[in-house]
Design a protein around this ligand. Structure first.
Ligand code: JB3
Length: 219
């Protein structure tokens, strides 16, 4: 029996704990970079220390759940988002990441989910939708038929993709944004909260507004 260990003990971790409880999965412990959280009990899960505690366990004995949610916008020391950096660091050391699929999400039988993705409560994935590794499809977000979302993305709550929208890797789509059918969004793009995207978004570009227009990224 492999033990589930949560990486992160913040807001997204609480969402994940609740989903895994509802899916009748037991998390044995959480680890967090903030020493102030060591020793607390997070909604029934003991926070046992920092990431070094994972290395005490053999990769074959544990399944990691990446519950650090901040993707894309918060760049850690590696130049990657903290979430992506953690995923790549522990994957390189032979550890596996489990996916989190809410029993209260709607996922078509022909949808494809890569390992370590999170499908949160109320999310809807229609036939042919594909979600990349370590990506979060957050509360109530909707991917219509044949949408493809790459790895290490955050599709925030309430986002709506119409049919056949394609998104690259490491993309943040802000809360409540809407994307019309067939649009292509390049890797490392940022779509602002509430944006209405009616034209393709090149890689690395930030767009805001209705209709969404490119803006200079704050340093
Ligand atoms: O937008 C929504 C609905 N949710 C957001 C989510 C997707 O991302 C949420 O509002 C936050 O913006 C974010 O959730 P997260 O990552 O849980 O945020 P926060 O509450 O700040 O918790 C992050 C936790 O990760 C903190 O306790 C940090 O100490 C911890 N952390 C940071 N770096 C780390 C590391 N923990 C470990 N184990 N290792 C690290 O390298």
């Amino acid at each position: 029996m492999t033990d589930l260990i949560l990486i992160g003990a913040g807001g997204h971790a609480r969402v994940v704990i609740e989903i895994l409880k509802r899916a009748r999965q037991t998390i044995v412990a959480a680890v967090d970079a903030n020493p102030k959280l060591h020793g607390i009990n997070l909604d029934g899960v003991p926070v046992i220390g920092g990431d070094e505690k994972i290395l005490d366990r053999k990769p074959t004995d544990v399944m990691l759940i990446n519950a650090v949610g901040n993707v894309g916008l918060a760049i850690g020391q590696s130049g990657l988002s903290v979430r992506r950096g953690l995923f790549e660091r522990f994957t390189a050391q032979g550890y596996r990441f489990g996916s989190v699929i809410s029993p209260d999400a709607t996922v078509a039988s022909t949808a494809h989910l890569d390992h370590g993705c999170h499908i949160i409560t109320g999310a809807i994935l229609h036939p042919g939708a594909k979600v990349g590794a370590n990506t979060i499809i957050n509360t109530g977000a909707q991917l219509d038929h044949d949408c493809i979302v790459g790895a290490h993305c955050h599709i925030a709550p309430g986002v709506i993709f119409s049919g056949a929208v394609t998104v690259g890797d490491n993309v943040h789509v802000g809360v409540g944004a809407a994307v019309v059918q067939g649009i292509r969004i390049g890797s490392n793009a940022v779509i602002g909260a509430g944006a209405v995207v009616t034209a393709d978004v090149p890689a690395g570009i930030t767009v805001l507004g209705c209709p969404a227009r490119p803006v200079e990224r704050r340093p």
